[in-house]
Design a protein around this ligand. Structure first.
Ligand SMILES: [Zn+2]
Length: 311
């Protein structure tokens, strides 16, 4: 039994289906729009919580008419293929998400895991905990950035905000006062950009855009409650983490921890490294910082060692 209600109505007809374990990875929240077109946004919440919510609202799985995916990640596309088989529904995503959603191989390419030392560990993890993402997903269409998706009385406005991944899309709900922030998730971990198709500068720009939009409510995929208080401050604090990490990378280099390999063992991004699996992501994120610092002319690489050029 969960210590919090499985679902809450965040706006009329818009229900937040909360993930287990405080919606932390490997779970994520899902939105259920109980409107003329019964719509799910993401499908990474456990099936138990999705079906319970549907039942509480007088529906069943087969009633779902549309699944909208925010990006290709396993904790977001999740059970979409299973639900689609039960409901024979539409499944739509951003055009850039298609490759990562449709096939397992496409997703592996987007993660950038192939050829990585941790690939086998990652595959074991996927096989054990995410067997449901191994098959194909039948994407039936795509949405267009900024073009509202009508669910009846509820309109969803796709806002393509890349960085976390190249396809990462948030959704304004009936305008832009309430935004589903997806993996601009406002958790204490900070921004996550540990894939081949992640980008720090895009992520920063996306966050600047959200801050400019000045939403009143932000719904995170990994927090059980929408954030209304101090949202602007929370967004800015989340964004500051990029700089804090960059400083840690520079401090590392200055103190002789001058390769990505060494930094990944400290660790620098994650607070601790519980599993070899996460080291792949740690290294991806470190590589992105190093690449960016080189581009800014702050560091150089000599004989495989990083050196401070200027701070
Ligand atoms: Zn994600």
């Amino acid at each position: 039994m969960s210590e919090y209600p499985i679902h809450i109505e965040v706006l009329p007809k818009v229900h937040l289906v909360r993930g287990k374990n405080g919606a932390g990875f490997p779970e994520a929240n899902t939105l259920l729009i109980d409107d003329e077109i019964l719509t799910l946004v993401d499908a990474g919440t456990s099936m138990e919580n999705i079906t319970r919510t549907l039942r509480d609202l007088g529906h069943e799985l087969s009633d779902i008419e549309r699944i909208i995916l925010t990006h290709f990640h396993i904790d977001h596309k999740g059970y979409a293929a299973i639900i689609q088989r039960a409901a024979d529904c539409e499944m739509i995503c951003h055009p850039l998400a298609e490759k990562g959603v449709r096939t397992f191989q496409g997703m592996v390419d987007y993660y950038g895991m192939e050829g990585r030392r941790q690939y086998d560990v990652w595959r074991v993890f996927i096989n054990t905990s995410f067997g449901h993402v191994l098959g194909d997903y039948n994407v039936t269409g795509t949405f267009e950035d900024g073009k509202p998706i009508s669910c009846g009385q509820t309109d969803l406005f796709p806002i393509h905000l890349p960085g976390h991944t190249l396809d990462h899309t948030c959704f304004g709900i009936n305008g832009y006062e309430t935004i589903l922030l997806v993996d601009i998730d406002l958790t204490s971990f900070g921004p996550w950009y540990g894939n081949e198709v992640s980008d720090i500068e895009d992520f920063r720009r996306s966050m600047e855009r959200v801050i400019e939009m000045n939403p009143r409510t932000g719904i995170s995929s990994h927090l059980i409650d929408p954030v209304t208080e101090d949202l602007d401050m929370r967004l800015r604090a989340f964004m500051r983490v990029f700089g804090e990490r960059e400083r840690r990378v520079l401090d590392n280099i200055a103190s002789g921890v001058d390769t990505i390999e060494k930094m990944s063992l400290k660790p620098t991004i994650y607070r601790r490294i519980p599993m070899e699996l996460y080291r792949a992501f740690e290294m991806f994120m470190l590589e992105k910082h190093v690449e960016l610092l080189k581009k800014k002319g702050k560091i150089i690489e000599e004989d495989g060692h990083l050196k401070i050029e200027r701070r």
